[in-house]
Design a protein around this ligand. Structure first.
Ligand code: SAM
Ligand code: SF4
Length: 327
């Protein structure tokens, strides 16, 4: 279905948990965030029901994220149920890559081959500084296992001034021999409220950095709904993407809704939650009522992230952690 700006909204991102085994400093404080009790999370049955309803109103793509999705018990069981929903031909997962190795066979058997892995540095020490955990080897092992098994991988790296700008070129170089898209993301202010992201390293800065190393960088046409501006380096197997997540220059082609682990719908990443679909569902509403509610929310989707931010009831976006929003 389309929103009031004639954008087709057919992609839903669902955070299956707000818990995480890493502590990426741009996402949450070292002490973590207060987690929701299990009973507050959407159950797998509720998520499956919501996806059936969303499939009925034209949604075709789902991404499971978190927190760390593979941390939630029986996550594979949810994937098995969702793989049976005809509407969702395309099931995607965003993961930190620390826990997924043992699931690779089942993922493949379910036809789930599109995985975004987050890795902000190829330097083990810096990886530890950023994530506050010593899991670099596990993540790299997952990366290579996924590649060997033919998964379509996108690597996500948040680039921060004074932290990992020196990782841009080594990360981009992964696309030389591997068919992976390496995407560089501007830091957003969703870190659980403990820090300012004052010295933003912008999408322009990232591009300048890449152009200095790769003067032949070629701009590609973006795919519909893609938040990344895509580039090709001649002879590289994979592409390079830059995601202006803070500058928000991609809102005019936005195609997505987000649902947090506790059922809060975000029609834009920068709003502070427009409706709790879990509570609504738990009042005993029918599927038709759920579908109508989604239609209403989509019709009211704000024009862009700046408008959504203005409409926030809680003024400080940074008080939220990306771990509870889902990225
Ligand atoms: N734990 C999984 C992971 O790290 O891939 C999934 C959830 S994580 C919140 C989803 C994505 O959001 C990751 O690629 C992460 O780097 C990104 N992210 C988290 N906090 C961010 C922030 N403050 N600014 C920009 N991206 C952020
Ligand atoms: Fe965990 Fe992902 Fe947040 Fe890092 S970015 S703390 S891996 S949810």
């Amino acid at each position: 279905m389309t929103d009031s700006f004639n954008r087709t909204i057919d992609y839903v991102r669902i955070a299956v948990t707000d818990r995480c085994n890493l502590r990426c400093f741009y996402c949450m404080p070292a002490t973590g965030i207060p987690y929701e009790p299990q009973a507050h999370l959407l159950s797998y049955e509720e998520i499956t029901r919501l996806l059936n309803v969303l499939g009925g109103i034209g949604f075709r793509k789902v991404r499971f994220t978190g927190g760390e999705p593979f941390l939630r018990k029986d996550f594979m069981h949810l994937l098995e149920n969702v793989a049976e929903i005809d509407a969702f031909k395309s099931i995607h997962i965003t993961s930190n890559g620390t826990l997924l190795q043992k699931h690779i066979g089942r993922l493949k058997a379910l036809g789930i081959t599109k995985i975004n892995l987050s890795i902000d540095s190829l330097d083990k020490k810096r990886f530890h500084e950023i994530t506050r955990r010593d899991d670099f080897d596990k993540v790299m092992q997952s990366f290579h296992l996924l590649l060997d098994h033919g998964f379509q991988i996108k690597l996500n790296a948040v680039i921060m001034n004074g932290m990992n700008t020196q990782d841009i070129i080594p990360l981009a170089a992964l696309a030389e021999h591997h068919a992976v898209d390496v995407r560089f993301i501007e830091e957003m202010p969703f870190n659980g409220g403990y820090k300012e992201n004052s010295a933003l390293y912008t999408a322009r800065d990232i591009l300048r950095n890449l152009e200095a190393e790769y003067p032949n960088l070629e701009r590609l046409n973006s795919k519909h709904g893609d938040t990344a501006t895509l580039y090709k380096i001649p002879d590289y197997h994979g592409n390079i993407g830059i995601i202006p997540a803070f500058s928000r220059t991609f809102c005019n082609t936005c195609n997505r809704l987000r649902i947090s682990a506790k059922g809060e719908i975000k029609s834009c990443l920068y709003d502070d939650g427009v409706f709790n679909i879990r509570d609504f569902m738990r009042t005993g509403v029918t599927d038709t009522e759920l579908a109508d509610k989604f239609r209403e929310i989509i019709r009211q989707k704000p024009k862009d992230g700046f408008e959504a931010e203005k409409l926030r009831k809680a003024p400080k976006a940074k008080l939220q952690s990306m771990s509870s929003i889902g990225g």
